[in-house]
Design a protein around this ligand. Structure first.
Ligand SMILES: Nc1nc2c(ncn2[C@@H]2O[C@H](COP(=O)(O)OP(=O)(O)OP(=O)(O)O)[C@@H](O)[C@H]2O)c(=O)[nH]1
Ligand SMILES: [Mg+2]
Length: 218
């Protein structure tokens, strides 16, 4: 018999933070998880964090993988793209090449997961560096529309939109996960299909909601 979960049970969601080297992936993650600002730059090989939060009243356990932006450390990319359920795609508003790099990463995620609707949030980080901005906001908007993913300008330094980007991603992941839930209509207790994670899912409960916001929040 399939395990049964009441709606109050925590969902475990796997987030991958991706982007070019030095754009602020680790700083955004450290602000979100530990409320701390890191001034120094120490390139990441790979770090993971586990944190709990409430999203719209629902308890969530978030596994966050902070990845390496530097090319020499990217060997694990295919593996974590397969395992991730949601992706924070981070660039720096001061670095056009970091935005170019994101396009390739997004294509790779879609190819590896064989899914055009992977939960993603595009993050233009370092928004506090307005005087050295090289990516106009309008560019972020147009990429958001093109990719069908929300765009936020954020600053790990000032903690602007840090919680918002993770929470938006959680909402998308929960919505996607809900699509895969099956329901026991007799007692209102929901259960996950035993084939969770495989292609054999059948959607029997809740149709996909396309009405959620897709515009940028600045
Ligand atoms: N001004 C400003 N600096 C930032 C911000 N976020 C990160 N930085 C700085 O940018 C540098 C790189 O930040 P990291 O978070 O280590 O960058 P990363 O994307 O994790 O880099 P890799 O691990 O090499 O991929 C550090 O010196 C940070 O202090 C931000 O929002 N504003
Ligand atoms: Mg890092």
């Amino acid at each position: 018999m399939a395990p049964r979960y009441h709606m109050s049970a925590s969902r475990e969601l796997h987030v991958v933070v991706l982007g070019a080297g030095g754009v602020g992936k680790s700083c955004l993650t450290a602000q979100f998880v530990h409320n701390e600002w890191i001034e120094s730059y120490d390139p990441t090989i790979e770090d993971s964090y586990r944190t709990q939060l409430q999203v719209d009243g629902r308890p969530v356990v978030l596994e966050i993988l902070d990845t390496a932006g530097t090319e020499q450390f990217v060997a694990m990319r295919d593996l974590y793209m397969k395992a991730g359920q949601g992706f924070l795609l981070v660039f720096s508003i001061t670095s056009p090449s970091s935005l170019t790099e994101l396009a390739g990463l997004r294509d790779e995620i879609i190819r590896i997961k064989d899914d055009e609707n992977v939960p993603m949030v595009i993050v233009g980080n370092k928004a506090d560096l307005e005087e050295t901005r090289l990516i106009p906001r309008a560019k972020g908007f147009s990429i958001s529309q093109k990719w069908g993913a929300p765009y936020y300008e954020a600053s790990a330094r000032t903690r602007t939109n840090v919680d918002e980007v993770f929470v938006d991603l959680c909402r998308q992941m929960l919505r996607k996960d809900d699509d895969y839930l099956t329901t026991d209509v007799d007692d209102g207790v929901f259960k996950f299909d035993a084939l969770r994670g495989s292609n054999k899912f059948r959607r029997r409960w809740r149709t996909r909601d396309h009405s959620h916001q897709r515009c940028a929040i600045l």
